[in-house]
Design a protein around this ligand. Sequence first.
Ligand SMILES: Cc1cc2nc3c(=O)[nH]c(=O)nc-3n(C[C@H](O)[C@H](O)[C@H](O)COP(=O)(O)O)c2cc1C
Length: 182
Amino acid sequence: MNSNQIKIAVIYQSKYGSTKRYAELIAQKLNAEVFSVHAFDASSIDSYSTVLFGSSVHIGKVKGIDFVKKNWNALSKKKVAVFASIGASKIEPKHQSVIHASLPVEIHQRIKYFPLPGAYNYSKLDFADKLLMNLGPRTNLRIRAWFKGDQKAKQQLAVFCQTQDWTNPEAINPIVDYIRMA
Ligand SMILES: Cc1cc2nc3c(=O)[nH]c(=O)nc-3n(C[C@H](O)[C@H](O)[C@H](O)COP(=O)(O)O)c2cc1C
């Protein structure tokens, strides 16, 4: 396939906007078409040679990853990458475990996964997300901070209700390089 035939789709799902920003930046760099997953017509997948799916990590899994599962028949013939905004400032090897939890092995071993530093604004979360964040991460932090004296947990707890934006335009560079690779 020569470069004239390479047509790229960046399809994203984003509740609070950080993944949307990354999707638009990636599309701009790669000269790709960008769609919200809700507006994307899956019957048009065959007109793309490369597909990127982007979303956020939600309770340990890539939100909306069913898009990849449902369309795997068509996607399996293409170059596919998944990226996801996460609730952390620094990307570490352990963050790869999310894709293992999100997709069956026969699919995740065929795609490349890129976690990206996301953003978090407690005051803008809807009721259900606030509840989940309090029941899960905030309770864990409290246990670590109050009962185990964990200093890092104390610091995270102190800023839990503040806006935290770790997004970084340079974080997309490995994705862009991977897609440009023959
Ligand atoms: C209810 C809830 C659950 C979350 N679960 C996780 C998680 O398990 N792991 C993680 O790294 N980030 C988690 N996050 C953080 C989001 O992935 C992060 O805020 C992301 O940037 C949101 O993307 P968006 O702005 O495109 O919606 C969670 C956020 C919310 C609100």
